[in-house]
Design a protein. Sequence first.
Length: 189
Amino acid sequence: MEMDFEPPFLKIYNTLLEKNLGDNSENDLYSKVEGSEELPLIDLEKLNLEDPKREECMKEISEAASKWGFFQIINHGISNEILNKMISEQKKLFYQPFVNKLSAETVFNLSPKTYRWGNPCATNLRQLSWSEAFHFALTDIPNMDQHITLRLVFFTSIIFFVFEGIYFCFYFYFFALYTHTQNFSTFTY
């Protein structure tokens, strides 16, 4: 049974399953998995080391960002206390009633379509997404409830330095490799 904070994933899944039971190609959905890959795990502590370890880490970040678009990090310098506070804040938001999340622009004073879940337009099981997310625009922050804004600013200031380092690594390697492969004679950043 779904809780009142959960999107209706199970309802949509069951509807799509019943609709597609007669379609043999859909029933083969699980037998068509050919393999899987692990999401990259990057040790950011290497950024504090001397070359070649530092350079190797920068290259890993750039490659993971280019290939996957995201990756896991360890030894990032953010304390467990801060991480636990962030998880607590996430739970407060995601355990809001589903109807409140659907009305995020009025309930939380956010931009329209800030809250997203699944794929309401799915017509078969392959298109079903079991995701739920809030996408905050920077322009939303000043309009939010004062307490939410203070928490966002606090967490943002803490993780800024981690992201700044990651961004530099990606920027340096992406553009250095791009300009090299495009036969440009100069590179500036």
